[in-house]
Ligand binder design. Structure first.
Ligand SMILES: [Zn+2]
Length: 428
């Protein structure tokens, strides 16, 4: 730090050329897809001081301290996973936020209800503030979040005043309120518990995320509760697990979509995939997509139960939707611009607009025979994987981890952050 005993506060000049560069980093020649700005073109992206400086054609690479060749790759705003479980080492479900974040192309993760007001302090101090990945939280109305399941098994598990207080005091980290319609108490008192959660959401002016689907519940009772709740959700509230197959679901086994769900979507509720250990069925998703049920956000709901199988991470979840027929632009919109809107953060997240934080994902589309699985382990044969090769987080480039799914029983090809992963699959 101290060179020759003198501490200089003058700006350091780059030694090689004797003058300052215009950019810290240029990502050169990638196919830039930024749905928030309606951009889809081969362009360069320049970064300075941890922020997006410029997006344009043929930017002067000699003006950058570092150049990343993205020829043949997709360059998008940093991906946002709106539904994860990253209360690592405190809840049994928790995974490390960077393992499902910057290590695989995701620059922002949102924990959906792992923490409640009583243990939020630990989430803030030991998880969010330690992660390189931007980590937000939807605070569970259950006092200790998802430490013990079901989290609302007694009225004493709820402390509305405490939840409101912590959410209000933690506005930079708490971006929503979470309630799962799960457990025996929901059968008798589900609507009343929902109304308490709504009270918290109203008092804190935050969106409410509702988990539907409860394996242990009576089918008819849970469907009635889902219908009542759908009638009360507000514009901007989030319903997660629309393509799940458990009691309380919104798409029936015959493909029929609940009328209350259609009305709620028209009213402006946001539909979040929330794949996870139990929230996603290929069969239901196919029927839903065919009947016009489009997710607003694609999210992984990754947890310790599924980080090494079926779900893995957000890019694998996105790839499932590519193989189910959604366009690449749609899938990127559902993981950048749309989750930023759901968080009320479109001014600072989810786009490559100049001045925004330089959160960027560089990915290849790897053509190979991939086998995907839904929550129940039902397979889907696909031929394309959206595979991040590099993450840029606040201007800093980080190689993205290799995807570890079997490709015809083989290990997938190494993907270089500087070029094409052309030793096996074909990337573009
Ligand atoms: Zn979840």
């Amino acid at each position: 730090m101290l060179d020759g005993g003198a501490l200089s506060l003058a700006p350091r000049r780059p030694r090689q050329e004797g003058r300052l560069k215009l950019y810290d980093l240029i990502i050169k020649g990638g196919e830039v897809i930024d749905p928030a700005q309606g951009i889809h073109d081969v362009l360069d992206v320049a970064v300075l001081g941890g922020r997006i400086e410029k997006v344009g054609k043929d930017l002067d690479a000699s003006q950058a301290r570092e150049v990343m060749d993205a020829g043949g790759q997709i360059v998008s705003p940093g991906l946002i996973d709106l539904h994860t479980h990253v209360f690592d080492k405190v809840t049994a479900l928790g995974v490390n936020p960077d393992a499902v974040g910057v290590n695989c192309g995701v620059t922002t993760v949102v924990d959906a209800g792992s923490a409640g007001y009583a243990n939020f302090g630990g989430f803030s101090a030991f998880v969010a503030s330690q992660a390189l990945t931007t980590t937000f939280c939807f605070l569970n109305v259950a006092s200790t979040g998802l430490c013990l399941l079901p989290e609302v098994s007694d009225w004493s598990d709820l402390d509305i005043e405490g939840t409101i207080r912590v959410a209000k005091e933690s506005g930079n980290l708490v971006k929503g309120i979470k309630l799962r319609l799960v457990g025996p108490l929901m059968t008798e008192s589900g609507l009343e518990i929902f109304q308490r959660a709504l009270t918290v959401a109203e008092a804190t002016r935050l969106p409410l995320m509702i988990h539907i689907g409860d394996l242990g519940a009576d089918y008819g009772e849970r469907r009635a509760l889902t219908r009542q709740v759908l009638g009360l959700l507000r514009k901007g509230d989030i319903l997660t697990h629309p393509f799940g197959a458990k009691p309380g679901r919104v798409i029936e086994a015959n493909g029929e979509v609940l009328g209350e769900f259609k009305s709620a979507v028209q009213r402006g509720i946001l539909v979040d995939v929330g794949h996870g250990n139990g929230g996603f069925s290929f069969e239901i998703a196919r029927m839903g997509l065919a009947r016009g049920v489009l997710p607003f956000t694609i999210s992984s709901d990754v947890s310790a139960l599924v980080i090494e199988s079926r779900v893995y991470n957000l890019p694998v979840t996105m790839s499932k939707f590519l193989n189910l027929g959604l366009a690449l632009e749609q899938v990127i919109e559902m993981t950048t611009a749309n989750p930023a809107l759901a968080l009320g953060m479109s001014d600072s997240l989810g786009s490559l607009k100049p001045g925004m934080p330089a959160d960027i994902t560089v990915a290849g589309l790897v053509q190979a025979d991939w086998e995907f699985q839904d929550s129940a382990g039902v397979p889907l044969q696909g031929n394309v994987m959206f595979a991040p090769v590099a993450t840029v987080k606040g201007g800093r480039a980080i190689p993205a981890d290799l995807l570890r799914l079997p490709v015809n029983g083989r290990t997938p090809p190494p993907l270089s952050p500087r070029g094409r992963g052309d030793k096996g699959g074909n990337t573009r």
